[in-house]
Design a protein around this ligand. Sequence first.
Ligand SMILES: *Cc1c(COP(=O)(O)O)cnc(C)c1O
Length: 463
Amino acid sequence: MRYVSTRGGIAPVRFKDAVMMGLADDGGLLLPEDIPLVSADELEAWRTLNYPELAFRIISRFVDDIPAADLKTLIDRSYATFSHPEVAPVVHQDGVYILELFHGVTLAFKDVALQFLGNLFEYILAERTQRLTIVGATSGDTGSAAIHGVRGKAGISIFILHPHGKTSPVQALQMTSVLDENVHNIAVDGTFDDCQDIVKALMADLEFKQTYGLGAVNSINWARVLAQVVYYFYAWCRVAKPGQKVVFSVPTGNFGDIFAGYIAWQMGLPIEKLLLATNENNILTRFINDGDYSVGAVVQTLSPSMDIQIASNFERYLYYLFNKDAGRVRSAFDQLKNEDKISFSTQELEQVKRVFSSCSIGRRETLDTISDFRKKTGYLLDPHTAVGVRAAQKIASDEVPRICLATAHPAKFGEAVTEATGEQVPLPSAIARLEGAPTRCDQLPADKERVRRLIIATVEPVR
Ligand SMILES: *Cc1c(COP(=O)(O)O)cnc(C)c1O
């Protein structure tokens, strides 16, 4: 299996190089040259597999440069850290199916991908006797999942910048209570944008980047998408009859999660529609419903992990929408740069609607959904999941099984849940035991030189 760039500017690479490259060297995103197909018979045979077994069947289709036994071990280790024996169980509540993706160490679905990516990085680095210094900015979820994905791993150091006092207390604790020597938390006196600007500036300094082996774990890494494809198959196997089509409702920010569903659809999983649910940051809903892909300002909502305007994985979908025409992808992003929008033909928009439908859910409706669901079923939804559940109730018919992806545990966003229901959310042990735990974190001004000096003082140059 070889990987190509959406911008068409690199020679094809194999899986391990695609993982290490992250962003393609031509500025595009990496995608498999061909998508493997899964037959109806195979799907039926997969029903009895447990999560790691199924993950191996799917992931190995995309990987031909890691021996099967090694890949199996990497996958088994990644999902052994989940607290639920099923890894991603499906529950049926009030006419919808909830795919619980929050049983990983940081209680959000990003663990599904980042546990695997951490193990994969360690394996490839050991084989190549290389070292990697991960530098990233976070407003909460990604940073903690990344830290837990690589803590204690040989050959990897990680520096995560978060805006001091601006993440939720739980999110901050999930990061700063990790005391492994290779983990470095930096609380920046500034905003998330300041953090991101510092990371971008450090990455743009090629001399520094190469000397210290800087890399990223953001959602554009192909291995993250690949790991997420698995749970679409897993949920289908739990819910659907042979050959039966289902709808997946996906609370969407960076388009990584739902893009994995799109890959599953291309592989032949019987999917009627992928329902893209957004909060008030609704550029992707405007795109799907009206062909309007014009960038607005980011607004803060109850579902902060979806507060995004430019979804980084969207480029991957455009590559397929444009029939793998890298030239058309390049011109679309030139237009975006110059005009803050991308224009589409009528025929392209018809194509989009064959797979996707979309709905934007505001603050009031999100709170009402959490409280209605609680009253009817006793089940607590986190605000991200509530956006997806509401979208499914609104625009998907109940004649087709509706599977809603639950992307975070309600206790992780307890304030919103309490606002909706008036109840305190009981803390799962993974959070409760953080209370009063020792922490380690450097507090720095929003100054890239100070961050650079900290990295230089902490890690040895890689060359
Ligand atoms: C990251 C995240 C999302 C959005 O997922 P994307 O892949 O960025 O679309 C939704 N919910 C939660 C809780 C998240 O952490």
